[in-house]
Design a protein around this ligand. Sequence first.
Ligand code: SDX
Length: 445
Amino acid sequence: MEKSSTGAGSTEVRTAQQQDSLTIVDNRTGKRYDLPITNGCIRAMDLRKIKVEDGDFGLMSYDPAFLNTASCISKITLIDGDLGILRYRGYPIEVLAEKSTYLETAYLLIHGELPNRSQLSDWTYHITHHTFIHESIKKFLDGFHYDAHPMSMLISTIAALSTFYPESKSIFSAESRKKQTYRLLGKLPTIAAFAYRHSLGLPFVYPDNDLSYTGNFLNMLFKTTELKYHPNPTLERALDILFILHADHEQNCSTSAMRGVGSSQSDPYCSTAAACAALYGPLHGGANEAVLRMLMEIGSVQKVPEYIKRVKGGEVKLMGFGHRVYKNYDPRAKIIKRAAYEVFDIMGRNPLLDIALEVERIALEDDYFVSRKLYPNVDFYSGLIYQSMGLPVTMFPVLFAIGRMAGWISQWEEMLLDPEQKIARPRQVYLGYGQRDYIPIDDRV
Ligand code: SDX
């Protein structure tokens, strides 16, 4: 039993049942409805009981952009936006970034537990031996203009993979899902690196299975005439940390696309292509590219106040700032900022860093940003690292996609195995015309 306040100062003993329910009075009919509260939610379908006439459709909830709508129950990632907490399967992101590797974190996200030594060895072996792509894909990539955006090349090539692996349509076969998981995690860096090499007119560099996941990625990006590429361990580790930090983020836009397309029982390659397409947007994973373009546009520390003025005037957004969930500093941004300095020690200080630091300093003091709880997000500093590694801004969202691949797969599989899930098909509030008669063209204005 729990005492509660049901009005000014009054308390009454409530039954256990009343503790977890919402009582709604429909003022149109005077009827009362008790809706159960579970996990801090009411079921939207319970609103359909609330009608004026028995034949009514019943109430819906209207929530454009799903600001306050849970689309699923998940056990993968927890974000506490007010406290700036991010955990994968209960493990704080700070610990994983310090102690784990991307492949180990990918295993954790997808299987739910950290792998033991033999599980990690087996997982790494299979992913490493799925890094090659079909030779026909090279012809496909060569068909793009040299200046084609690598994200568009990635999206289309991932979708094309479904033509090479039609058995991937057996989405309810655990064995098939496992094989496609190896292929997606293994081949994404290869496709990304091939897209980059295509943009430079350089020959493709094939995977080197002696190297780590990130070491091999650096190999495929930057190897030239040397017989064996030796990745810089600091850059190798920095990429590992970046991929860990980007690996999952609960029901963000691209993961919602993965779940949504996957819910129609599309194969994992087409679902991933859709997720990648959602990530490409400048409000989402494309923000890391937009941040660098913004810093280059600002041009100097002295011009930061002028740009901030344009942001406050609503003319432009401060890219890399703000978040739908975090109303505190994005914990990933803190770790990335630290990792950036380690990369700069090797590659030299990125001159845009000073502009970024000044933007952050001003924004964290200015009431426009403070009142809107706008803090640096994962995309604010990541691009500075990628640029210092020698990558063009167009490759930044591609690297985000490589990291997020593990999250997309884990969320896709959780959706498929969730007995409550079915094809995603939201409703609408229709405020358009009533029925109208067809107007012959000569009678139209
Ligand atoms: C990612 O969802 C995820 O988890 C995403 C992600 C992941 O890991 O998957 O974390 C990755 O996408 C990070 C976000 C990257 N995007 C950017 O950095 C682009 C810039 N940020 C904004 O576009 C914006 O902050 C969003 C899109 C991130 C969040 O937008 P919301 O939650 O819809 O917030 P909003 O647009 O309603 O903004 C609330 C207010 C508005 O002002 P008012 O109308 O109240 O006056 O804050 C303002 C906005 O104008 N605002 C900004 C701003 N972001 C919000 N003003 C200036 N610059 C910004 N960046």
